[in-house]
Design a binder for this molecule. Sequence first.
Ligand SMILES: C[S@@+](CC[C@H](N)C(=O)[O-])C[C@H]1O[C@@H](n2cnc3c(N)ncnc32)[C@H](O)[C@@H]1O
Length: 258
Amino acid sequence: MARDRKDYFYRKAKSEGYRARSAFKLQQINKRFRLIRRGDAVLDLGAAPGGWLQVAKEISGGRVVGVDLLPIEPIDGVTTIKADITAPETLELMTEALGGKANVVICDAAPNLSGNWTLDHARSIDLSSSALRVAKEVLEPGGNFLVKVFQGDTFLDFLSEVRENFRRAQAHSPAASRKESAEMYVVGQGFFLPPVKVGDVLDLEIVGIGKSGDGIAEVEGFKVFVPGASVGDRVHVRIRSIRSGHAVGAVEAPEALE
Ligand SMILES: C[S@@+](CC[C@H](N)C(=O)[O-])C[C@H]1O[C@@H](n2cnc3c(N)ncnc32)[C@H](O)[C@@H]1O
């Protein structure tokens, strides 16, 4: 069955002029999540041979930039860069090629597989974390992110990290992925840079109450939920977590601040 599926998408890619069967994964993901829209600037990390670049260009028609360690055969209207996405100096090359910010960052980069599950997972998380770092640098507020990750022990930690900067983040496995494969995609929608970070202690006024009864304070329009606090309270709050577009904090007793 898996073999038939592989052959089906392989033949379909050939007949429709795509360079890789993975083109259908991006089509399927985009149909469901609408990550790329007409006119978007798209950055594709780990882009060779270029199947995703072809699809991204078709959907957006806008600026599309692809980066890979390997050279990529030219695609009309697409800029390609031969570089390592994990190297800090690559960031400047990408921003220059984009000529500004990106609306969408997609990453299908994969390490060379060793067959050792733990090692392959760790390398994959390294690549995905680099993609997240790049996304945080280049995305417009409200932008979208798609990244491949091989499943393993730290998958959920990575998903939590993505949640710190995207209003919605979830794991997804498209139908065009091979059944036996360990690969998953993490989809992040609605990029934001929170004005607070975990561990910050802030002097806040509670201005509202959430559905579950938690106090709500705001920092530059960003909601901080504070369990146990009531409207009108002025409290010192330590930020405990940030996810899905808001933070949760805990009231610090005055002696804990000294
Ligand atoms: C599965 S392929 C991408 C396929 C592509 N989405 C397509 O549709 O044609 C994974 C790519 O990640 C690239 N890659 C792996 N590590 C990389 C790194 N550190 N920097 C840049 N590219 C990398 C590999 O060279 C490989 O071309």
